[in-house]
Design a protein around this ligand. Structure first.
Ligand SMILES: *Cc1c(COP(=O)(O)O)cnc(C)c1O
Length: 232
């Protein structure tokens, strides 16, 4: 028997407990199920357990899964792109996803805005921030974040919702918290600066409690729901 429904229940319980610990309403944290490397049948099991938002890192794999789930007659799902973006791959992202968490350059944002089909809701955007310095190559540097955020917020077919980060792995709870606190502080500065942001995309299987305590509004959880990943 599949463990997906009970894993979803356990993660939800962890989120609720962490939110309560932080004095936050549990509904203020959305669970994004990261289904990369797992097939459409795994997604369907999560859908049957009530999950509606899914994250994908690899474009072709994500597009195939979106199509499979539609063909399987699944209810409307919300697909989030959470992987690195090459500039020649922006069009299918703009056409098939509701959210993108990994925007780190103005050029990518411009293309996503231009390529978002007329008649679709604006694409929901998080800027990925490099909060781990040298340890990470991904994400905009904190010093460059404000300029990028104001440019992206002005693009017509995007809605800038907030910030995302993948801190370098840390085992200690307090260390995990410190990284998330840096992202939250950048987010609060942008809000004080007049940007209407409402999303902090942070926390994965191993550090989701620290992320919720520090204000995460979307946690991106893969292996704790679907099991460990095998890359071919
Ligand atoms: C794979 C991935 C996740 C999920 O990671 P787990 O440790 O399996 O929960 C979350 N966010 C991003 C950007 C990922 O690539």
């Amino acid at each position: 028997m599949s463990l997906i429904p009970q894993n979803l229940q356990a993660i939800t319980a962890t989120i609720v407990a962490a939110a309560q610990e932080a004095g936050r309403p549990p509904q203020s944290v959305q669970l994004l199920a990261v289904s990369k490397t797992f097939g459409p049948e795994a997604v369907l099991e999560a859908v049957e357990a009530g999950q509606r938002a899914f994250g994908e890192n690899y474009l072709q794999e994500g597009l195939d899964k979106i199509r499979s789930l539609q063909e399987a007659g699944a209810p409307a799902l919300e697909w989030h792109f959470i992987g690195p973006i090459q500039s020649n791959k922006t069009r299918p992202i703009a056409e098939h996803f509701s959210w993108v968490h990994t925007v780190e350059r103005e050029k990518i944002a411009q293309r996503l805005s231009e390529q978002r089909p007329a008649g679709m809701a604006p694409l929901q955007i998080c800027l990925q921030v490099n909060i781990s310095g040298e340890a990470s190559k991904s994400g905009v540097a904190p010093e460059e974040l404000a300029a990028l955020a104001h440019k992206v917020a002005a693009l017509p077919n995007l809605t800038l919702r907030g910030l995302m980060a993948i801190p370098e792995p840390a085992v200690e709870f307090e260390q995990q918290r410190a990284a998330f606190a840096r992202l939250r502080s950048l987010y609060e500065q942008l809000r004080a600066d007049g940007l209407a942001l409402d999303t902090l995309s942070m926390g994965m299987s191993a550090d989701l409690r620290a992320a919720v305590v520090e204000g995460a509004t979307i946690v991106r959880v893969g292996s704790a729901i679907f099991g460990s990943r095998h890359y071919s």
